[in-house]
Design a protein around this ligand. Structure first.
Ligand code: NDP
Length: 281
């Protein structure tokens, strides 16, 4: 019998704790905590993400500053805005919603966010610190996975963890967080040979691939803990993960559902990082 890892419940609990600490911070300093969100263009998916981030800010008492820039905004105008926000004392965190329109140099723009305000945890400094295992703002989605494991008292120490996916925003930071927590970590990707064998060795399997129901029952060890980061649409347009949930769940000791698993944690960890950012200052 498996236990469902309820990311929605973990997220709600954590938001409650964040709100308490945001209030404490405001009382102690007399200042608000501020998150600036910059969106360029009209990507409908990005618009939903930005709206949800602003809603989450309201929920936990963080002040949000939203900047909606036109699709054809120039590189220098976006850079100037990010530089102003970097200097702005009211702003503790800066988030540039990705993807940016093609004509903009994303790397250059992101590099202007100071590490202390890099609440997405994507900067060179935060990524480097994560690799060194020192205190940093960690990427929200993998950080959220660690919080779920922590909440369910799943000790990763000494366990064999396999991360499928090596993106800079999910797979790599996920592997680092697990390694820093003393798991023995293997990272797999599209060129991995014998993926099934690698996955079958996993006490903890994290799927961050972007392919609907890719992880099948024969890839799972009995009693494995399975974390599904994927957010895809199946053949009927229904939201589904990278894991074939219905077919593998009975082999697992713990498994995250999609929706309601890792997804709700990402924005919550953004709030968490923004609070951290303010507290560190
Ligand atoms: P990317 O496309 O950047 O990375 C996908 C990774 O999967 C790559 O490393 C790729 O390998 C690997 N991969 C692809 N095909 C295979 C295969 N056949 N076998 C083994 N590995 C494979 O995706 P992201 O990391 O950005 O996202 C992954 C998933 O997580 C997506 O479904 C995305 O929607 C979801 N996501 C969910 C979030 C949430 O809040 N829940 C947040 C962010 C992402 P290679 O490097 O060799 O190409």
């Amino acid at each position: 019998m498996y236990t469902l890892l309820d990311g929605k419940a973990v997220s709600a609990k954590l938001r409650g704790q964040i709100k308490i600490n945001v209030d404490k911070y405001k009382k102690a300093t007399g200042n608000d905590i501020g998150l600036a969100v910059v969106m360029v263009g009209e990507n409908p998916a990005s618009a939903i993400y930005v709206r949800n981030k602003i809603k989450a800010c309201e929920e936990v008492g963080i002040k949000s500053y939203a900047y909606y820039l036109k699709e054809n905004t120039s590189q220098s105008d976006v850079e100037n805005l990010v530089c102003c926000l970097a200097e702005d004392k009211k702003v503790n965190g800066i988030l540039v919603q990705l993807p940016l329109p093609k004509h903009l140099n994303e790397e250059k723009i992101l590099s202007l966010i100071p590490a202390v305000k890099d609440v997405d945890g994507f900067s060179l400094e935060n990524t480097g610190k994560l690799c060194l295992g020192v205190n940093c703002l960690a990427a929200c989605t993998p950080h959220g996975v660690m919080k779920i494991l922590e909440e369910y008292k799943i000790d990763v120490k000494g366990k064999r963890a396999v991360v499928v996916g090596r993106s800079n925003i999910v797979g790599k930071p996920m592997a680092m967080l697990l390694l820093n927590a003393d798991a023995t970590v293997t990272v797999c990707h599209s060129r991995t040979q014998n993926l099934q064998e690698e996955c079958k060795n996993a006490d903890i399997l994290v799927a961050a691939i972007g392919k609907p129901k890719f992880i099948k029952s024969q890839m799972i060890k009995d009693g494995a803990i399975v974390i599904d980061v994927g957010m895809n649409r199946d053949e009927n347009g229904k939201l589904c993960g990278d894991v074939d949930f219905d077919n593998i769940k009975d082999k697992c000791s713990y498994i995250t559902p999609v929706p309601g698993g890792v997804g709700p944690m990402t924005i919550t960890m953004l709030m968490y990082n923004t609070l951290q950012s303010a507290e560190r200052e």
